[in-house]
Design a protein around this ligand. Structure first.
Ligand code: SF4
Length: 284
């Protein structure tokens, strides 16, 4: 492969992708194009390392959000009713062991933190996770765990939908029907809620044939309870954003939809918190 260039992976807009694109073009390139093919054990070692960074978190908060997300999904769709905090703590211990033993560094599917936490860091993570899960388990989980399995609707992670012809990836945590047969969608992330709740309407229409007025969007508040997110629903603003941003992203691709590093300059202003800090100059 030509240095600094890589074939375009199939394009899909997402909030995560948008975040990278407007934070630093080089980071965006490394994540969505430079790491392409890195899942293959026979790929170039540098590409393998880049690929590994896609599942690496630079902050405790992001890592714990992801761990909470995975714990919640597996419990909900496997029909497990209790012991959420215990399951999450066990998962955290396993992942921390994999980080400290070096196993996580060799397995790109194993989520890890950029810096392996020391003893104080482990304690901080465990305390934060347990407090969060305890609140959730005695809050929203009581009603979620009681939902009949037939009302729990599986949704892929990430789920691909289409917004005005643009492929879009979204990652709701849970989807279910309530007793009025309305569709309910829960997200863990709380940024860009206006866009998220709009995308829930496209998801509902495309996957579950449910009209926008029969959809409810939820998040989890600081007390571990469900909180409605859809007070500020602005479908057309969300569609405009997806259209505008996807067109800007695609415009930087060259012939044959190839991405070249030189078209994605290093321009981040928060490099010390970026997982790509050892890689971003390589392609200059
Ligand atoms: S280290 Fe800085 S310049 Fe390099 S990819 Fe990350 S944010 Fe961009």
């Amino acid at each position: 492969m030509e240095a600094g260039a890589s074939p375009s992976s199939s394009f899909a807009w997402s909030l995560r992708r948008s975040e990278w694109f407007y934070r630093c073009r080089r980071g965006y390139f490394l994540r969505y194009y430079g790491a392409s093919g890195g899942h293959d054990p026979d790929a170039d070692p540098e590409i393998r390392k880049l690929h590994r960074l896609k599942n690496t978190f630079s902050s405790d908060g992001e890592y714990l959000d992801a761990l909470f997300f995975r714990t919640l999904r597996s419990a909900f769709y496997d029909g497990i009713s209790g012991g959420l905090a215990v399951r999450a703590a066990a998962r955290l211990r396993r992942e921390l062991d994999a980080m400290s033993s070096g196993v996580a560094g060799l397995d790109h599917t194993c989520p890890c933190l950029r810096e392996t936490p020391d003893l104080a860091g482990v304690k901080r993570l465990t305390t934060a996770l347990t407090a969060r899960l305890d609140a959730f388990e005695s809050g929203a989980w009581r009603c979620l765990a009681g939902l009949p399995m037939t009302r729990r609707l599986t949704v892929a992670f990430p789920q691909r939908i289409t917004v005005n012809g643009v492929p879009v990836l979204i990652a709701p945590a849970l989807v279910w029907r309530d007793d009025r047969f309305d569709l309910n969608v829960l997200e863990i992330a709380v940024s860009n809620l206006t866009v998220r709740v709009a995308l829930h309407r496209f998801l509902a229409q495309e996957l579950y044939s449910t009209p926008p007025e029969r959809v409810k969007s939820w998040r989890i508040d600081g007390n571990g309870e469900l909180a409605a997110s859809d007070a500020d629903l602005r479908l057309s603003a969300a569609v405009k954003r997806v259209m505008k941003e996807s067109s800007e992203m695609i415009s930087l691709l060259g012939e044959g939809q190839r991405a070249a590093a030189m078209d994605f300059p290093s321009e981040g202003d928060d490099c010390k918190n970026c997982v790509f800090d050892r890689f971003c100059q390589i392609h200059d």
